[in-house]
Design a protein around this ligand. Structure first.
Ligand code: 48F
Length: 266
C-alpha cells in the first residue's frame, strides 16, 4: 500500500509540475487580488498558475480587521463579490461586511473552478529576464520549506507570458526585478501611510504593467507607485485583480494577433 501511495503522489504530482512549468499567466501570491485575477483570466481560457508561499490561501484576508472577523468592501466591488457568490451584509452608506473564512474559500473556489491551478508552499525567488527588448519571461522558485531551511539548493524555473506580482505590501518580485535588472527601468517608490479613500481608487487606477511581461496588482501597487495604504478594506483588492485580468487579456490577445500577422507576412 505504501508504494501505491508514493506512486500516486509522484506520478500525478510530477505530471502537474511538468504541465505547469510553462503557462500563460503566473501569479505570485494567493491573496484577494491574486485569486480574483486568476478567476477572470482562467475563465477567458488562459493557462493560469498561482504560486503561494504559505500552505493556505487568502493572504491578509484571514486577519480581518485587527483579528475581528469581518471584511469590509464598498458598493463598487459588489459585482465581483456576486460573481464569486459570496454572501454579504449591508452595513451603511454603501459599505458591506463579509465573513473572512467565506471570502477566502469562495475566492479560491472561484479561481479553481474557472480552471486556475494553485501550488501551495512555493516561494517565488527571482525573475528570468531576456533582452532586446528587456522582458520578464518567468521565475525561479523553491519549495518554501527549502527556502526556510537556509540550505544551498538551486531553484527550478517556470516560464510565462505574463508574470503578476500579487505578493502584498512589499511587492517582492518587483523589488527583486528592479534591483537586479536596471534595464527593465522599474523604480520602486515605497508604500505611504494610510489614506483609505484615496488609496482605494488609486490602487485600481495604477494596477497594470510595470515592465514588459511583468504586472502588479493588489496592495503591491502602493509600494511600486508610492501610494498610501488603505487598511482593512478589501474592495480595491478585488477591483485591482479584475482590472488586471482585463489588461493582461488585452495584452496577450494583441501579442498573439501580432505573432499571427508576423507569420503571414514573412
Ligand atoms: O498580502 P496579500 O493578501 O496581498 P493582496 O492580494 O491583498 C492585500 C490585503 O490582504 C491587505 C490590505 C488591503 O486590504 O492591505 O493586506 O495585495 O497576499 C499576498 C500573498 O502573497 C504571498 C503571501 O504569502 C500572501 O499569501 N507571497 C508573498 N511573497 C511571495 C508569496 C513569494 N515570493 N512567493 C509566493 N508567494
Amino acid at each position: 500500500m505504501e508504494i501505491l501511495i508514493n506512486q500516486a503522489i509522484l506520478r500525478d504530482g510530477m505530471k502537474d509540475l511538468i504541465e505547469y512549468s510553462d503557462v500563460d499567466v503566473l501569479i505570485a501570491g494567493a491573496g484577494p487580488s491574486g485569486l480574483t485575477a486568476a478567476k477572470y483570466l482562467a475563465e477567458k481560457g488562459f493557462k493560469v498558475l498561482i504560486y503561494e508561499r504559505r500552505l493556505s490561501f487568502g493572504g491578509g484576508i484571514g486577519g480581518g480587521g485587527n483579528m475581528i472577523p469581518k471584511i469590509v468592501v464598498q458598493k463598487e466591488a459588489l459585482p465581483i463579490v456576486e460573481d464569486f457568490k459570496i454572501r454579504y451584509n449591508q452595513v451603511e452608506n454603501g459599505f458591506f461586511t463579509i465573513d473572512p473564512a467565506e471570502l477566502i474559500a469562495k475566492l479560491a473556489v472561484g479561481a479553481l473552478e474557472a480552471g486556475a491551478k494553485i501550488f501551495l508552499g512555493v516561494n517565488v525567488d527571482d525573475v528570468i529576464v531576456r533582452d532586446n527588448p528587456p522582458r520578464v519571461v518567468g521565475v525561479l522558485w523553491h519549495w518554501t520549506a527549502i527556502q526556510l531551511s537556509g540550505l544551498h539548493v538551486d531553484p527550478l524555473y517556470t516560464h510565462c507570458k505574463a508574470l503578476v506580482d500579487a505578493t502584498g505590501h512589499d511587492a517582492e518580485l518587483i523589488a527583486i526585478a528592479s534591483r537586479k535588472n536596471p534595464e527593465l527601468g522599474i523604480e520602486l517608490s515605497g508604500e505611504r501611510s494610510n489614506w483609505s479613500e484615496v488609496s482605494e481608487k488609486l490602487v485600481v487606477e495604477h494596477t497594470g504593467k510595470v515592465a514588459e511581461g511583468l504586472y502588479v496588482t493588489g496592495i503591491a501597487v502602493c509600494a511600486v507607485y508610492g501610494l498610501p495604504r488603505m487598511g482593512p478594506i478589501f474592495g480595491g483588492m478585488l477591483m485591482s485583480g479584475k482590472r488586471l485580468a482585463e489588461m493582461i487579456e488585452e495584452d496577450l490577445r494583441d501579442a498573439s494577433k501580432g505573432k499571427r500577422k508576423g507569420k503571414k507576412t514573412s
